[in-house]
Ligand binder design. Structure first.
Ligand code: XMP
Length: 328
């Protein structure tokens, strides 16, 4: 491991606002020294790490930072809107919003193999980002939300490009990675100190290919919408029940099969929604959250009445192992 990528043993864990402020001041100085009056490019997904890097760079160099937010169509309900609201409207960021929804959906149409789907989404993301970058002149710096576990895991050969947003080597830009020595909890403390909203800072983990892996098999627009709408309902109901910061990860999956039901006294033939809620410390193994029946009943009632094309709700009781957390 290169010395630059090694967390010094003396580095104090950032656990409070005061330590976060000190870190922010130090990084602002370092960023200004590194990039001077040049422009910096950042792929801003809206996840915790890239959002914190964006907020930090905006504070350091303002509109010299160019953020590119690619909407690949697999984001959660309200996410692209929130990225625009927080960064463009509230922080006055130089933000390019790319609506690539049709492009991605066309690419994965009819593709049912999970690995192939992930691969296509990752490749297409790089292509879209590359196209945007080549429209901009003279950008020499690329900012990334690399965090310390990413460095440790790639050293150990566990993951190379786990995320969509792993960018091509040949872009030949100098990297700006201000949070690369921080652990996730520290990134959140810094994000909070930078004034990012709680639902961004305390966001649950979300796979790079997003809702695509929760719409198993070949993705169709209507089934993807059922995933997005049911996910929003589960998030709302978990928040109302006080479970939001308590359960590690929760989401819905809409499998590619239909079953018979009855709606308004007429036969229906529609998809089920699977609700999954797990707890873990490191995502290597996970247990099932024992959700109150009352909460599950409310979720079932709302999903079956509000989400188009759905007539059943199932709760996934499987720990990891034998299941993984995601379905693909
Ligand atoms: P699995 O399904 O492997 O998931 O048990 C473990 C954790 O990793 C998240 N996950 C991803 N995170 N990019 C990410 O940043 C990805 O491609 C990806 N795939 C899975 C998953 O949500 C869970 O928290």
């Amino acid at each position: 491991m290169s010395e630059n990528n090694k967390r010094p043993e003396t580095m104090e864990r950032i656990t409070n606002a005061e330590l976060a402020e000190a870190f922010i001041d130090e990084q602002i100085k370092a960023i200004r020294e590194q990039v001077k009056d040049q422009k910096v490019l950042l792929a801003l997904s809206g996840g915790v790490d890239s959002s914190v890097v964006a907020a930090l760079l905006i504070k350091a160099i303002g509109r010299q930072l160019v953020c590119v937010h690619v909407n690949h169509g697999f984001l959660r309900k309200g996410e692209p809107e929130q990225v625009i609201q927080v960064f463009r409207n509230e922080m006055n960021a130089n933000l390019i919003y790319v609506d690539a929804v049709d492009r991605f959906l066309d690419k994965v149409a009819g593709v049912s193999d999970p690995e192939q789907k992930r691969h296509i989404i990752g490749e297409e993301f790089i292509k879209v980002f590359d196209e945007e970058a080549s429209k901009l002149e003279g950008i020499r710096f690329l900012a990334q939300g690399t965090i310390y576990p990413d460095i440790l895991e790639s050293e150990r050969g566990i993951k190379a490009h786990h995320n969509v947003g792993g960018l091509p080597q040949e872009m030949e830009m100098e990297l700006v990675e201000p949070v690369k020595l921080l652990f996730k909890d520290e990134v959140r403390v810094v994000g909070k100190a930078l004034g990012l909203p709680d639902n961004m800072v305390y966001r649950q983990p979300f796979p790079g290919p997003g809702l695509a892996v929760r719409c198993p098999g070949a993705i169709t627009r209507d089934r993807l919408e059922a995933v997005r709408e049911s996910d929003a309902i589960v998030r709302e109901e978990f928040a109302k029940a006080g479970l939001a910061g308590k359960v590690w990860q929760y989401f819905t999956v809409v499998p590619d099969f239909k079953s018979t039901g009855i709606k308004d006294e007429v036969r229906s033939f529609e998809w089920p929604v699977i609700v999954r809620a797990i707890n873990t410390t490191d995502a290597m193994a996970a247990t099932i959250e024992e959700i109150d029946w009352a909460v599950l009943h409310r979720i079932t009632d709302r999903i079956t009445h509000e989400v188009k094309g759905v007539n059943r709700v199932l709760y996934d009781l499987t720990p990891k192992p034998t299941a993984t957390i995601e379905y693909e």
